[in-house]
Structure formats: structure tokens, C-alpha cells
Design a protein around this ligand. Structure first.
Ligand SMILES: C[S@@+](CC[C@H](N)C(=O)[O-])C[C@H]1O[C@@H](n2cnc3c(N)ncnc32)[C@H](O)[C@@H]1O
Length: 263
């Protein structure tokens, strides 16, 4: 069963689906997505077992709750008529239980500006209100489908390196890291407290190479910048073009080139 992602996520890869789909092997024993975010590739294309992970513990808590307690999650969702005041009230509320935290993340994700996830130095979510008039608070059907799909997945909070250390021949690993490039303003986004530094990009390219040597089918999305291309010398490379989603107004969104590397 395939379905749409349930969260909006900066750097989300819905637009990449028709490009990556024909490149994925038809048979594989396990799919790894260690920079999960909204998980567009997983939800849209993957059947069978998967290991899904991300460093963002609120995001992982959300998916774990969606998988195991979808009804509890629905019952905790804020069903009132959404407004700017309500958004800031909910944003400032401290909640304890894992299902309440999941409900809060889902609400903020639907109502915040461009669905961005960003926290200040105290770890507090600080994205302003930005609900699209058409957005519903709860997309119940879509969430139930996603919950069903997550049943066959392992979902863990982890750094990407730990998450893929057991991947072997016949598996797929798709890396979609935050985009940092040397000397570039190309798509740099701060997703959470842990900034993805240049050293992390280098570390990632080494892991990708190590996995490729083990017979893993490796795919890497990254910024269309020379410094990145050098890191993946020897990989097949597709240049893919998309519209930037970061500018506030759609008229100001530039076209951006990205790379898709694969083995
Ligand atoms: C570009 S987004 C992934 C978007 C996703 N492919 C989608 O379709 O929505 C990058 C993700 O990497 C996560 N991240 C950042 N540093 C990480 C690390 N060291 N290990 C694992 N995940 C990390 C962020 O929390 C963010 O969710």
C-alpha cells in the first residue's frame, strides 16, 4: 500500500518521486531512510520492511505514536476552529505525554509557516503561524493509511551513521540530509538544534561509499554544488531541478538544481 506523507517538511521529496522511482531496484530486502523528515519516498514508493530514523526526537515520537496508537492520537488532536491565537496558545503549551507531544507536533506542522520545523537554543519550537486557508487540522483517512503502512517499519531516533550500520547487500539506503555546501547559500536550512555541518557532509559521503562497497543500493540527495559533487566522485549522478520552497511568496521562488547520486 502506498500513501501520501502526513507531515509537511522542509526539503520534502514529493517532487522527486517520479525521478527516483524508476531508479529503485524492484527487489530489496530492507529499505533504510535515515533522514526521514516527512518520509515522502517511503510513503509513496516503498513496500515491505523499512528502518526509518531521524535525529529529531519529536518527529520520531510522532511516527511511533501514529503507528501504535492512532486512535489515541486522534483523540488528543485539537479539533477546534484553528486561528492565529489558538496556534500561539498551543505552541506555548508544555505537554508531557508522548501522544500529546505527537498531537502538538502534528497541529503545529499543519498550521505553521510552510510546515517548517525550527527550534530556538532552548529547544522551543518558534515557527510563526502560517496556515493555508485550505488546510484542515486533521486528515483522518490519510493518517490511518500512514499508520497502517508504518506497522512494518522499525522507527528509531538516531544519527544517520548508527542507523545504517547493519545495512547489507540487497538493501536500499536513501540519504536526504539537510543541505549544507561549502561557500554556498544554496538551500541551507537549519532544521533543529543540531546543525548539519560540513564535517557531517564529509562523514556522510564516507558512509555512502562504505555501504556501496558492501553491495547496498545507495541513493543520496544533495545540494547542486561543486563541493558536494566532489564528495561523490564515482557515483552515478542525475541533476534534478525544482522550485525553492523557502521564499514566503511563490512569485519569488527560484529554480534550484540538486544532485541525486546513486550506485
Ligand atoms: C531534508 S530533511 C528530509 C526530508 C525528507 N526526505 C522528506 O521527504 O520530507 C533532513 C532531515 O534530516 C534530519 N537530520 C539532521 N541531522 C541528522 C543526523 N545527523 N542524523 C539523522 N538525521 C538528521 C533532520 O531532522 C531532517 O528531518
Amino acid at each position: 500500500m502506498f500513501c501520501d506523507p502526513v507531515l509537511r517538511w522542509a526539503g520534502g521529496k514529493r517532487w522527486l518521486i517520479p525521478i527516483i522511482s524508476p531508479l529503485l531496484p524492484r527487489r530489496y530486502s530492507m529499505y533504510y531512510e535515515p533522514f526521514l523528515g516527512g518520509g515522502a519516498v517511503f510513503f509513496s514508493l516503498i513496500r515491505g520492511s523499512a528502518c526509518l530514523s531521524d535525529l529529531n526526537h519529536e518527529l520520531i515520537n510522532f511516527y511511533q505514536i501514529l503507528r501504535s496508537k492512532p486512535l489515541r492520537l486522534f483523540n488528543s488532536l485539537y479539533q477546534r476552529h484553528p486561528s492565529k491565537d489558538e496556534y500561539y496558545y498551543i505552541r506555548s503549551r508544555q505537554v508531557q505525554h508522548d501522544y500529546q507531544r505527537a498531537a502538538k507536533l502534528y497541529y503545529l506542522n499543519r498550521m505553521s509557516f510552510n510546515g517548517l520545523y525550527r527550534v530556538n537554543k532552548y529547544g522551543e519550537f518558534n515557527v510563526p503561524f502560517g496556515r493555508k486557508p485550505s488546510a484542515n487540522v486533521v486528515e483522518r483517512e490519510g493518517m490511518l493509511q500512514a499508520s497502517e503502512k508504518l506497522r512494518r517499519a522499525i522507527i528509531i531516533q538516531a544519527d544517520f551513521e548508527d542507523a545504517v550500520k547493519n545495512a547489507g547487500r540487497g538493501t536500499i539506503v536513501y540519504f536526504d540530509p539537510p543541505y549544507t555546501a561549502m561557500h554556498s547559500n544554496n538551500g541551507f536550512v537549519k532544521y533543529n538544534e543540531n546543525i548539519f555541518r560540513w564535517e557531517d557532509q564529509v562523514r556522510l559521503s564516507k558512509i555512502a561509499r562504505w555501504l556501496a562497497r558492501r553491495g547496498v543500493n545507495v541513493f543520496v540527495s544533495n545540494a547542486g554544488h561543486n563541493s558536494i559533487r566532489k564528495l561523490y566522485k564515482g557515483f552515478s549522478c542525475k541533476i534534478v531541478t525544482r522550485k525553492s520552497m523557502i521564499a514566503a511568496s511563490s512569485c519569488c521562488r527560484d529554480t534550484i538544481n540538486e544532485y541525486l547520486f546513486f550506485t
